[in-house]
Design a protein around this ligand. Sequence first.
Ligand code: ZN
Length: 60
Amino acid sequence: VKCGNYGEVTEKESYVMLGEVVPIPKSRGQANLVQKCKFCGREGTITMLPKSGCYLTGDD
Ligand SMILES: [Zn+2]
């Protein structure tokens, strides 16, 4: 994933799942992925939109 702050790209793989929801720190919202950027320390979030896109597997 790419940080929206300065554009750093993580080397480790990340995944998101529609059924996996976590609270966003210091917020009332929820996201499918909350990940802290190692470079700038900011927390980024990914929220999937139900009924859009298609299923992807590890092979994709
Ligand atoms: Zn960053």
